[in-house]
Design a protein around this ligand. Structure first.
Ligand SMILES: COc1cc(-c2ccc3ncc(-c4cccc([C@@H](O)NCCN(C)C)c4)n3n2)ccc1O
Length: 280
């Protein structure tokens, strides 16, 4: 995708902030010609030897991934602008807020609803994994709802995503402690299976409102992850089906080769069974 050099203000009216990343701000914007609304992600470029700002190669990686993907559960990228200080991504606007803001109004979801949300996340992740793309930052704030009152899910923030060919050795220490897989904590090779662990953590939280590995501090959280220190507390999981727990247990597996794949998850009865009752 070409990086347009003219000012973004010619075509778009820039609105309020809707979200912030490490080196980026996401703002609402409106195309002047049509009145259509979009999200504009302003990413500060790293300049000189400094550490502030995003590396151009990381920005380009997200753009390549967003350009290659085309799926209803993955955010759509329309245009890219470049100034000497910033790269600006013009993206599909997602107005429903974070899935977990929706959850916080409910404390926890019934299994049909949780299964429907997870099914949509699985559909988006299946599209990524079929192209050997790992998201590597699947966490609640990167799962948005299309509109208020909608149950349509969109995955955002591909800032840490990587194309990882099978057998390729990619290591990195990144992501948010609560959701990272043991191989991230131990700085071992990552793969698309790293996303599957995060889906296990997300499912656990959607069903219980509790976070399986969260400790007093990052150290404790990492230790809980590498020692598989989690349980289905009766206090939170009373009444949760064995199928749902089996789905989670197939994902919170230390050896990534033994972890359920996206394809196995899509065939799991906890996903298939509820599909009939609760079309997303
Ligand atoms: C943050 O990085 C990305 C954001 C987006 C993106 C695209 C469309 C879009 N519409 C709305 C949002 C967005 C981004 C961040 C936060 C929020 C908002 O839901 N969070 C509300 C804050 N909450 C704590 C009140 C909404 N986005 N974010 C896409 C790619 C990215 O790498």
């Amino acid at each position: 995708m070409e990086f347009k050099k003219e000012s973004v203000d010619i075509k778009y009216e820039i609105g309020d902030d809707i979200g912030r990343g490490q080196f980026a701000t996401v703002k609402r914007c409106r195309e002047k010609q049509t009145g259509s609304e979009f999200a504009a992600k302003f990413i500060r470029k790293r300049r000189g030897g400094g550490r502030r700002g995003a590396k151009l190669e990381d920005i380009q990686r997200e753009i390549e991934i967003l350009t290659e993907t085309n799926h209803r559960n993955i955010i759509n990228l329309y245009e890219v602008y470049e100034t000497n200080r910033e790269i600006i991504l013009i993206l599909e606007l997602v107005d429903g807020g974070e899935l977990f803001e929706h959850l916080s109004e409910r404390d926890k979801l019934c299994e049909e609803e949780a299964s429907s949300f997870i099914k949509q996340i699985l559909d988006g992740v299946e599209h990524l994994h079929s192209k050997h793309i790992a998201h590597l930052d699947l966490k609640p704030e990167n799962i948005l709802l299309q509109d208020r009152g909608s149950t349509a899910v969109k995955l955002i923030d591909f800032g840490l995503s990587r194309k990882i060919a099978p057998k390729q050795d990619v290591r990195a220490m990144m992501g948010t402690a609560e959701f990272v897989a043991p191989e991230v904590v131990s700085y071992e090779p990552l793969s698309v299976a790293t996303d599957m662990w995060s889906i296990g953590v997300l499912t656990y939280i959607l069903l219980s409102g509790a976070s399986p590995f969260l400790g007093e501090n990052q150290q404790d959280t990492y230790h809980n992850i590498t020692s598989l220190n989690y349980q289905f507390d009766e206090e939170y999981f009373d009444g949760t089906s064995e199928l749902a727990k089996d789905f989670i247990q197939n994902l919170l597996v230390k050896d990534q080769r033994k972890r359920a794949t996206i394809y196995e998850c899509l065939k799991h009865p906890w996903i298939k069974h509820y599909l009939n009752h609760y079309q997303s």
